[in-house]
Ligand binder design. Structure first.
Ligand SMILES: *Cc1c(COP(=O)(O)O)cnc(C)c1O
Length: 410
C-alpha cells in the first residue's frame, strides 16, 4: 500500500463509482482501459484491488524512470515544500540551469519551456514564422509535414498532424500546411520552395506505430531546409531522453535540427516541455512575443534537472540500447513461432510489433495477463517500457504475449 493512502479520504471510493462519475461528468474523449490505478512501484502498477501489472507503456513514454524513483520522490517533497510556482515574471534558480543542461545534451543553444508537447510545437511554429519575418521574407509561411505524423491536438500542432481521424472534425485548420505523402527524396524536393518556413517530423513516428523515418530522408530534409532557408523542426517529444538508446534519436544520424521539441519523459511524470533552438534562431522572438504562465516553473525544472542527473548516472541511454536489442531479439524469436507477428521494429526501448487488425484485442488480453501495452494506429503493438526495466521483466512480458497469441490460436 502506498504511503499516506489510508489518510486520503478521496481514496474511499470503488472502481465502479469512479467509472460512474467519469461517465457522468467528463467529456467522453477517452476510451480508457478497464483498470483503475492505486499506485506504482518500479516497472509495476497496482489497481485498487491490489492486483499487479507490468507496465510496457510508461504513461506513453513519460515514466521512463519507473514509478516511485526515490530521487524523484525526494525532489518532489523538498521542492514542493519550498516553491512550486513563481510565474515567468521572476527568476528562480532552476530554469537557466536546466536550459544549459539541455543545450549540452542536444547541441542546441536556447530553450523556451512549456507545459506539454503540443505547446512546444506551437512555440516552434511561432518561432519558424517569426524567423521568416525577421529575415524579411513576407510570404514565407508554409509548413511541411509528413503523412501519419503526430504533433499534438491544438490547432497549430493539429494542422501538422496528418491523420484524418484527428483532423477531420475540426477543419478548417491552419492554412499553408502541406503533407508529404511519400517518404522519397523526389517527393521531398517537389514539396519544397522558398515559401516554406519549416519542415517538421518525428525521427521515429510514435502514434503512427513506431515508424522510423529513413536516415537518407532526414539528411535530405536538412539539405533542402538549408537550401530554402527553412527551419528543420524535429519532434522528439516521444523519442527524447534516452528512449532510443541515445539522449535524442537524431543523434543516431548526422543531422542537427534548428528546432527540437521535447516533453514527455523530461520531468519524471510532472508536466514540462520545451522547444530548443539553435543560435541562428535565437533572435527570432522579441520580449513579449511569446510566453506562458506555468511553463518552466521551479518544481518542474528542478525535477527536470534530477531526471537528467539520473539518466546520466544510471547510464539509461546505454541501458535502453542494450535492453532494446534484447526486447527486439526476443520478439523476433516469438515471431518465428507466431506468424501473426508481421514485423518487429524499433530503436532502443521504443519498439513496435506489427499485428494488423488483432492488435487491440491482443492489448485487451495482455491486460488480463497483467501486462499494460498499447495499440498504436490500431495495428501495432507499441512497447514503451520504463528504461529501468530488467531482462527478467522483458522475459515476463514475452511470456505473457506468447500465452495471448496461443490463446487466440495465432
Ligand atoms: C505526445 C506527443 C505530442 C503531444 O504532446 P502532449 O504533451 O500530449 O501535448 C507531440 N508529438 C509527439 C511525437 C508526441 O508523442
Amino acid at each position: 500500500m502506498a504511503a499516506g493512502e489510508m489518510s486520503d479520504r478521496y481514496l474511499q471510493i470503488s472502481a465502479d463509482e469512479i467509472k460512474a462519475l467519469e461517465r457522468e461528468y467528463l467529456f467522453p474523449t477517452y476510451q480508457r482501459y478497464d483498470l483503475c490505478l492505486s499506485h506504482g512501484d518500479g516497472a509495476y502498477l497496482f489497481d485498487l484491488e491490489g492486483r499487479r501489472y507490468l507496465d510496457f507503456l510508461a504513461g506513453i513514454a513519460v515514466n521512463s524512470l519507473g514509478y516511485n524513483h526515490p530521487r524523484i520522490s525526494r525532489v518532489l517533497r523538498e521542492q514542493g515544500e519550498r516553491l512550486i510556482h513563481s510565474s515567468n515574471l521572476l527568476y528562480h534558480p532552476y530554469q537557466g540551469q536546466l536550459a544549459k543542461r539541455l543545450a549540452t545534451m542536444s547541441g542546441m543553444a536556447r530553450a523556451f519551456f512549456t507545459n506539454s508537447g503540443t505547446e512546444a510545437m506551437e512555440a516552434a511554429m511561432k518561432i519558424a514564422r517569426a524567423q521568416a519575418r525577421k529575415l524579411g521574407h513576407e510570404n514565407k509561411s508554409r509548413f511541411l509535414c509528413i503523412k501519419n505524423s503526430f504533433h499534438g491536438r491544438t490547432f497549430g500542432a493539429l494542422s501538422l498532424t496528418s491523420q484524418e481521424k484527428y483532423q477531420a472534425p475540426f477543419r478548417p485548420l491552419l492554412a499553408d500546411v502541406e503533407t508529404i505523402t511519400e517518404l522519397t527524396l523526389t517527393a521531398l524536393e517537389q514539396a519544397f520552395d522558398d515559401r516554406v518556413c519549416a519542415l517538421v517530423l518525428e525521427p521515429i513516428q510514435g502514434e503512427a506505430g513506431v515508424r522510423p523515418v529513413p536516415g537518407e530522408f532526414l539528411l535530405a530534409a536538412r539539405r533542402l531546409c538549408d537550401r530554402h532557408a527553412a527551419l528543420l523542426i524535429l519532434d522528439e517529444i516521444q523519442t527524447g531522453f534516452a528512449r532510443t538508446g541515445r539522449p535524442f534519436a537524431f543523434q543516431h544520424y548526422h543531422v542537427q535540427p534548428d528546432l527540437l521539441t521535447i516533453a514527455k519523459a523530461i520531468a519524471g511524470g510532472f508536466p514540462l516541455g520545451a522547444v530548443l533552438g539553435s543560435e541562428s534562431v535565437a533572435g527570432s522572438l522579441k520580449p513579449g512575443e511569446h510566453g506562458t504562465t506555468f511553463g518552466g516553473g521551479p518544481l518542474a525544472c528542478r525535477l527536470g534537472l534530477e531526471v537528467l542527473d539520473i539518466i546520466e548516472e544510471e547510464g539509461l541511454a546505454e541501458k535502453a540500447a542494450e535492453l532494446g536489442d534484447y526486447l527486439i531479439g526476443s520478439l523476433r524469436g516469438l515471431q518465428s513461432r507466431h506468424p501473426s507477428i508481421l514485423d518487429v521494429r524499433g530503436l532502443g526501448l521504443m519498439v513496435g510489433a506489427e499485428l494488423g487488425s488483432i492488435a487491440p484485442e491482443v492489448v485487451k488480453r495482455l491486460l488480463k495477463q497483467g501486462v499494460i501495452a498499447n495499440a498504436a494506429h490500431q495495428s501495432v503493438l507499441r512497447l514503451l517500457p520504463p528504461l529501468t526495466i530488467s531482462r527478467s521483466q522483458i522475459d515476463e512480458f514475452i511470456g505473457a504475449l506468447d500465452r495471448v497469441l496461443k490463446e487466440m490460436n495465432l
